[in-house]
Write a protein that binds this ligand. Structure first.
Ligand code: PEP
Length: 248
């Protein structure tokens, strides 16, 4: 069985010194009982410094977004080919905060997945319904459309990850119930197999949304959960490592 992936999304938090201290704390802490793969995704401007600290360690480095373009006249954007130079192996794409704050459409997310793949990065593509959509019973339709629209046809041919992040659970302290997670991860698995055939069976599916040291074991024990995408708790090294210890 593939090891679970515990990915920390540091979002737009912290000074350079704080990012470096967090990376050092992760490396200095005892590793006993951790079998999971570890990944942290700092803000762009801290990637190089954090990458230097993590270089050669068992904690991988990822970015939180990239441009659809490989370079050129795109003021303020960051091209995917710039990221492996800093040590990045992974990239979070289509996070709900980007879909909301930057009006990213599924089509844009798909173009970013293609750009990230071309640069050799492993895309972690986020999907998830809003509270209103769940209240209306539309979660399967919404997530199904996001998967169809955000994943290119060859997604399952290379390394790629899907993260189910119900929008109402992100940063709110509310998590989906284990039954809801099981139902949605089962639905996503079926969709991936429908879209990509047998190869869709091996795409890792992370759960994200207020995962913490207390609820991690239960959430990570749900069938078809291949790890966690962790926001707030990833800024506290002990909490992040406790979540990793709960992984299988
Ligand atoms: C996230 O933003 O990807 C996330 C899951 O955040 P939090 O863990 O804080 O809910």
């Amino acid at each position: 069985m593939t090891r679970q992936l515990i990915a920390g999304n540091w979002k737009m938090n912290g000074t350079l010194a704080a990012a470096e201290a967090l990376a050092r704390a992760l490396l200095d802490a005892p590793r006993d009982g951790i079998g999971a793969e570890l990944l942290v995704c700092p803000p762009f401007v801290h990637l190089q410094a954090v990458g230097r600290i993590l270089n050669g360690s068992d904690v991988a480095l990822g970015a939180q977004d990239c441009s659809v373009a490989a370079g050129g006249a795109h003021t303020g954007d960051v091209a995917a080919p710039m990221l492996p130079e800093l040590g990045c192996t992974h990239i979070v794409l289509g996070h709900s905060e980007r879909r909301q704050n930057h009006h990213e459409l599924d089509e844009t997310v798909r173009e970013k997945v293609v750009a990230a793949r071309a640069a050799g990065l492993v895309p972690i593509v986020c999907v998830g319904e809003t509270e209103e959509q769940r209240a209306a019973g539309q979660q399967d339709d919404v997530v199904g459309w996001q998967l169809k629209g955000s994943l290119p046809n060859d997604f399952a041919d290379g390394p790629g990850v899907v993260a189910y992040e119900p929008v109402w659970a992100i940063g709110t302290g509310r998590t989906a119930t284990e039954d809801d997670v099981a139902a949605m991860h089962g639905f996503i698995r079926a969709e991936l197999v429908r879209q990509f055939g047998d190869k869709g069976a091996s795409v890792r599916i992370l759960y994200g949304g207020s995962v913490n040291a207390t609820n991690a074991a239960a959430l990570l024990g749900v069938p078809e959960v291949g790890g966690a995408l962790v926001g707030g708790a990833s800024l506290k090294p002990q909490d992040f490592l406790s979540i990793a210890r709960a992984a299988v």
